[in-house]
Ligand binder design. Structure first.
Ligand SMILES: Cc1ncc(COP(=O)(O)O)c(C=O)c1O
Length: 415
């Protein structure tokens, strides 16, 4: 007879994380047939062509050169003040909206989502994101006794589905005082889509209407985990100017992460920022999020925070960091381009890719197709309605090969 001791709300099926499970299978295959025969497109980290982790040397050196005490000591609960200033600069650059901007340090982008889900939703309420989404959104919602629902990201022309977005926001607003909406843009995981400036305008106009005419509160969480791989400053950040002069009941939260931007995945550092036209709402955000920091993880990784402060306090260092990152971006772009071009060549249907680490292939029976692909030693992530291909982890040549193999497997499984 099985024994269970956990409280009912924490009773969940024991499941291995899907990404880590797929990666484990790929690694087992590499041991068997050799890494060069295997295409491991499972992990959301930038890898060199040989499969080793790409490391931003400028950032790593800055970290290793810190005095011991800057690594070992606690950081202030809300984060080092210089870090928080640097985070605001890193997020907005030349596109800082007017308004009240506050921030707290979080352990990566994950931490910011946690605080939004806890502080801007009531128990049992539902958050909204797109039907293609990063799985931990749901995990975090469930962990905190909240639910998640989705709108359809693309319409039949593969354009942003504003109609579905509006319908779903309205549905939630009809039943909840607050609606938390999570948009992962630019360089969305898993499709690589970025909302255009016009789409942003339509989204914000609609949400402003919802809060003004129905006295609701909308919290728009912009997950910018991949922003530094999303093209030039204007393309990646221009939309942020639209965050100024929004109604007081429309709060913008921005989840910034050092994981990809500095290859600091394991150092767990990021920031949650707010932009509000109301000083009161911004102050409330700051004290609430700082309280949550104390309650959940106390403080963040001081050394990582110090590195961000150093980078933005030293123009020469910033230039070096950006030059190195430009090399990473090019690597990423060349791989994605190879996949996208080959997909067009062989007639593989993919979602519109703008930038970022992943490309998505919508298809029937994704689990079966993914299983079929393992026969060719191609490992990727099957999702509910398609496959996620991590171009960040695979060489240009393997990207090209993958598009062909995926097309073949889909045709075989789905006829
Ligand atoms: C969409 C998205 N948001 C947020 C994150 C946050 O990652 P971290 O907590 O490492 O900053 C990730 C990482 O994979 C992601 O893909």
């Amino acid at each position: 007879m099985s024994v269970s001791v956990v409280a009912p709300h924490s009773k969940r099926p024991a499941e291995e994380d899907k990404v880590f499970a797929a990666n484990r299978k790929a690694q087992e295959a590499a041991k068997k047939v050799g890494a060069d025969q295997v295409i491991n497109s499972t992990i959301g980290a930038l890898l060199e062509d040989d499969g080793s982790l790409s490391i931003m040397q400028t950032a790593m050196e800055a970290f290793k050169n810190l005095p011991d005490a800057e690594i070992a000591a606690y950081a202030p609960i809300a984060g080092l003040p210089e870090f928080l200033e640097a985070a605001k600069t890193a997020v907005f650059r030349d596109y800082r909206p007017k308004g009240h901007i506050r921030g707290v340090a979080t352990p990566g982008g994950t931490g910011g989502i946690r605080h939004a889900v806890w502080n801007y939703m009531e128990p049992g309420e539902t958050l909204l994101t797109s039907d293609w989404f990063w799985a931990p959104y749901r995990t975090i919602a469930e962990e905190h006794g909240r639910k998640m629902t989705t709108f359809t990201l693309f319409d039949e022309k593969k354009a942003f589905n504003l109609a579905s977005f509006k319908e779903k926001v309205q549905e939630l607003a009809d039943h909840q005082e607050r609606v938390l909406v999570v948009l992962n843009t630019p360089a969305h995981n898993p499709t690589g889509y970025s909302l255009t400036d016009e789409e942003w305008q339509q989204v914000l106009t609609f949400l402003s209407n919802v809060v003004e005419h129905q006295s609701k509160k909308v919290i728009l969480y912009v997950d910018i985990a991949y922003i530094d791989f999303a093209g030039d400053m204007k393309t990646s950040r221009g939309f942020m100017k639209q965050f100024e002069n929004l109604p007081q009941n429309l709060l913008i939260l921005i989840g910034y992460s050092m994981s990809k931007a500095f290859t600091f995945y394991g150092l767990r550092s990021g920031a949650l920022l707010c932009v509000s036209s109301s000083e009161e709402v911004a102050d409330e955000f700051e004290s609430t999020a700082a309280f949550s920091n104390r309650a959940v993880w106390s403080n963040g990784t001081r050394g990582a925070q110090r590195v961000l402060a150093k980078v933005y306090g030293d123009p020469a260092l910033l230039e070096k960091v950006e030059a190195e990152r430009a090399g990473f971006s090019k690597l990423m772009f060349d791989r994605a381009r190879a996949f996208v071009d080959e997909a067009a060549e062989v007639g593989l249907n993919i979602f519109p890719y703008r930038a970022g680490f992943f490309i998505t292939i919508p298809c029937e029976n994704p689990a079966k197709v993914s299983e079929e692909l393992t026969k060719d030693y191609l490992f990727l992530l099957p999702m509910a309605k398609g496959l996620r291909f991590a171009a960040c982890a695979v060489s240009v040549e393997k990207c090209r090969q993958s598009a062909r193999l995926i097309k073949k497997a889909i045709d075989k499984v789905n006829g």
